[in-house]
Design a binder for this molecule. Structure first.
Ligand SMILES: Nc1ncnc2c1ncn2[C@@H]1O[C@H](COP(=O)(O)OP(=O)(O)OP(=O)(O)O)[C@@H](O)[C@H]1O
Ligand SMILES: [Mg+2]
Length: 217
């Protein structure tokens, strides 16, 4: 059982895309998964509603929770599900902080073209603070929307940069997701990109990520 958070202080980096894909992939493995939407924009819940309305199997339970009671509610929910995935909104919210307090792992999507030292430092500090309350917490950066053009070596450049900076509390995952329309289109249909079946490269990338997020635990 694990509580996995997709979070970060920047908007539009891919948190909901990763959270919904991981939820569907766990469900495909027969896990009883809860997708917990703590973002008032409700994007993850909307995805789950589209999935529900289209009667896509496997069904995925989804709830929205906000505010102060969040941490204790997550602990209660953790007793009832095999896996919990939390999707947090793209800012330093109360929900992000409470979620960091109860999660086993947090994955922070970052787009190489907007990789800036300031934001990563902020997250490093936020994770440090959260680890003071939740010593189990592990934090990872995931490169998302990397250019599909091999001449653009932005993932390698970002990796070099990341290593040089030596962040104390963050590690960078090996798997990357590239900028592919498949991630957008599958999401609109309430599907994961592996269920969408129209882009093998996109599905392979998401499978790699899934292995890194859930394989070793
Ligand atoms: N690898 C990708 N390739 C192409 N499009 C992507 C990729 N990842 C995410 N997107 C698209 O970028 C947009 C933002 O992604 P998403 O909603 O997952 O970000 P978010 O971090 O949850 O945003 P917010 O901070 O608003 O909650 C969406 O339209 C999504 O489909
Ligand atoms: Mg989102």
């Amino acid at each position: 059982m694990s509580i996995v958070l997709f979070g970060g202080e920047k908007g539009g980096t891919g948190k909901t895309t990763l959270a919904t894909n991981m939820a569907a992939m766990l469900a495909l493995q027969g896990k009883d998964v809860l997708l917990l939407d703590t973002d008032r924009q409700g994007t993850a819940s909307f995805w789950a509603t589209v999935r529900e309305d289209s009667e896509i199997e496997p069904r995925i339970a989804s709830v929205q929770k906000f505010g102060k009671g969040l941490a204790s509610q997550v602990r209660d929910l953790a007793e009832r599900y095999d896996e919990i995935i939390i999707d947090a909104g793209g800012r330093d919210s109360m929900e992000l902080r409470y979620s960091l307090g109860v999660s086993d792992r947090v994955y922070i999507p970052v787009q190489p073209f907007q990789f800036d030292i300031w934001t990563i430092r902020q997250m490093d500090e936020l994770v440090e603070m959260a680890q003071g309350l939740n010593e189990n917490l592990q934090a990872f950066i995931v490169l998302n929307r990397v250019s599909t053009n091999p001449a653009v070596r932005e993932d390698l450049e970002t990796r070099e940069f990341f290593e040089k900076e030596e962040f104390q509390h963050l590690s960078l995952l090996d798997s990357v997701l590239r900028d592919r329309i498949a991630f957008r289109k599958s999401g609109r249909d309430g599907l994961s990109v592996v269920e969408w079946k129209q882009d093998k490269k996109a599905a392979d990338e998401m499978n790699q990520l899934y292995k890194e997020v859930y394989g070793g635990y």
